[in-house]
Design a protein around this ligand. Sequence first.
Ligand code: NDP
Length: 291
Amino acid sequence: NDVQVSVLGLGAMGSALAGALVKAGYPTTVWNRTSGKADDLVAQGATSAATSAATAGDAVRSGHVVIACLLDHVSVHEVLDPLTAELAGRTLINVTTTTPEQSREMAAWAAGVGVAYLDGGIMAVPDMIGRPGASVLYSGSAEVFHEHKPLLELWGMSTYFGDDPGLASLYDLALLAGMYVMFAGFLHGAAMVAPAGVTAGEFATMAAPWLTAMTGAFEGFAAVVDGGDYTVEGQQSLEFSSLDHLVTATAEQGISTEVVAVVQKLIQRQIDAGHGREGFPRIIESIRQPA
Ligand code: NDP
């Protein structure tokens, strides 16, 4: 491929992204604040086209497409702010994890400097890059996304959400929110059975297929939420979903009730407001309106 690419940041993730580009034969210039991290990639480049740049400015000058994979929003500005002249007219793909507002700020900054901007959120760990299951979410410039899709697809499945540059990051963090609450739920269950002599490993064997099967409920919940009618027939009601037994059993095991108490409170607020006969997805109304 003849697109000249530069990668700024060779941490665990930046190295994986750059490695995939080098492997696919993209002429790739890499830069890292601390030297030495480029050695492996440049060695691979003996059979393709990797070069190491001494400064971020040199790297930007040698790339038509500049990829930033740094620690956070602040470090991206630290590296790029002095390079506005070098960046003008180029394309910046920033896959550093940021909040939606930070992504929008970066896009506005890039527009001011004359840079085409695509923001990315990586839904993978470095080992998954270039393998099935890796997914990267994008928003910002549609032109950049479509023009460079072959390059982006080297990392994983790429999905474009639109020209609001904050959307990829919003999706990224919303998906992580679901993941962390599920992880906490799994660990809560493991802590519950532990006093009975059940190992976390034994519990995981039961929990993984159970939770996987339960994701089948998302579609029905989503239809109710999007339809806005929580009284639709055939749903499990909030009253029926009372977590009393679950919270009592948790306390009886002598462990914290915090994880399950959160869900119980969301349910209770809707019951208190007179919606106890309505469907479980109604707890989204408790989430939408902070107590
Ligand atoms: P690492 O901690 O491995 O690497 C951080 C990188 O940022 C290094 O190259 C480091 O340079 C550089 N850096 C930090 N501060 C500065 C600065 N002020 N100026 C210049 N360079 C700086 O992190 P990862 O590679 O794992 O993560 C990079 C991004 O990818 C993060 O935003 C992360 O959230 C995201 N990501 C990572 C995932 C993962 O599983 N690792 C998953 C999804 C997203 P130096 O070597 O000099 O310290």
